[in-house]
Write a protein of this length. Structure first.
Length: 244
């Protein structure tokens, strides 16, 4: 599925922390998974504000101010509803950016004509308002994970395109370079450890061969001694006085 959800959440929250900005979430089909992902990050309380899980249409109307006529005309799974959900979440929480998710995770569709796996991501910020959509083909669990990943990527793109200053961009590039360097160091360390293991295996093999040869030599000596013993079997029974 690409980037890990926690990695995406970290990238978004790093941007928000630099700007001293806050984020809120409004979820339907993901049932709080976006909120859980955002709050899995240590220190997220400095930028995460509030969230809503508005699973029913009534909850969308009452909690987020989604217009009943918009729901009736476009359906709950639509760009229009996603935007109104995000707008309602941002205004009620007084956040700098709000993310909404509405879609059909499956395994069955509702009574609308929307497909299983179809999702709309709404973004509302102080400088942007819009929605993004995609159709995924996983099962219910996979679709929910894909929906959250899309929501986080969309929020990052919108933030970078509308809120990121030159100073923030330079800092983000520096963080990305540091992250790449850390990954490279980790890969090099793994490679060195593999070489050490391989080297130890070679030494181990050499020791086995060396001791094997020594053992073979010892076995040869044992066999010679056994042959000598066989030749001397019964020698104590000989009456040496009767010999000429």
């Amino acid at each position: 599925m690409g980037d890990d959800l926690v990695t995406l959440a970290s990238r978004l929250e790093r941007r928000l922390l630099r700007a001293k900005a806050t984020v809120s979430a409004a979820e339907s089909c993901t049932g709080g998974l976006l909120t859980s992902t955002l709050t899995d990050i240590s220190g997220s309380s400095a930028c995460f504000n509030q969230s809503w899980v508005t699973y029913s249409n009534e909850a969308k109307i009452v909690e987020l101010g989604v217009e009943p006529l918009v729901l009736a005309e476009h359906g709950a799974v639509s760009a229009e509803v996603a935007i109104q959900m995000a707008n309602g979440a941002r205004k009620k929480s007084n956040s700098d950016i709000a993310i909404s998710i509405t879609g059909i995770a499956g395994p069955k569709t509702d009574d609308s004509r929307k497909e299983v796996g179809e999702v709309y991501i709404g973004i509302s910020s102080t400088m942007y308002e819009g929605a993004n959509s995609r159709i995924f083909s996983g099962d219910r669990k996979q679709n929910k994970l894909s929906f959250v990943a899309l929501a986080l990527r969309t929020a990052i793109e919108i933030w970078d395109g509308n809120h990121l200053t030159k100073k923030d961009e330079d800092a983000e590039n520096e963080d990305a370079e540091n992250e790449d360097a850390e990954n490279e160091d980790a890969e090099n360390e793994d490679a060195e450890n593999e070489e050490i293991v391989d080297d130890n295996v070679e030494h181990w093999k050499e020791d086995i061969v060396e001791h094997w040869n020594e053992d073979s030599s010892s076995e040869s000596n044992i066999e010679e001694n056994e042959e000598t013993l066989d030749l001397n079997v019964g020698i104590e029974d000989i009456n040496w006085n009767e010999q000429e």
